[in-house]
Design a binder for this molecule. Structure first.
Ligand code: ZN
Length: 113
C-alpha cells in the first residue's frame, strides 16, 4: 500500500531527518511537504520508525499522528500547533480527530475488553 507522510507542519530539521533516514528512495510531491512511500506493508511500522527517530534525536516537541480523514496518511505535528489546527489526538494511540467528542468516543475502545 501507499503511505503518505505529511510534513506541512514540520520544520526544516524534522523534514531533513525524515528524508535522510526514513524515505531515502521515496518520491516527494511538488511542494516538498508530502513524502509518498510506495509498497509499504504497514502504516504502524512507519509511524513507530518516525517516533523512534524523534526519540533518538531528542526531539520532544513533535508527534506523529494518523490522519483520520485520509487513509494511510500520517502527519508530523508540533505539539503547540495541534490545538490551533483543531486536531484532537487520542492519548493512547495518537489517532487524530476533528472534535473532542469524536476523540472521547474513540478513546472508549481502549478501555473495553
Ligand atoms: Zn486510540
Amino acid at each position: 500500500m501507499v503511505v503518505t507522510i505529511d510534513l506541512t507542519y514540520a520544520n526544516d530539521r524534522m523534514r531533513n531527518l525524515i528524508l535522510e533516514s526514513i524515505s531515502r528512495n521515496s518520491p516527494i510531491d511538488q511542494n516538498g511537504y508530502n513524502i509518498i512511500m510506495q509498497d509499504e506493508p504497514d502504516l504502524k511500522r512507519i509511524k513507530s520508525r518516525i517516533e523512534k527517530l524523534l526519540d533518538e534525536n531528542d526531539i520532544r516537541d513533535f508527534i506523529v499522528a494518523e490522519n483520520t480523514e485520509k487513509e494511510n496518511e500520517i502527519a508530523i505535528l508540533k505539539k503547540g500547533d495541534i490545538e490551533q489546527l483543531g486536531i484532537y489526538l487520542c492519548t493512547h494511540c495518537g489517532v487524530s480527530f476533528e472534535s473532542e467528542i469524536q476523540r472521547i468516543v474513540h478513546q472508549r475502545i481502549h478501555y473495553i475488553g
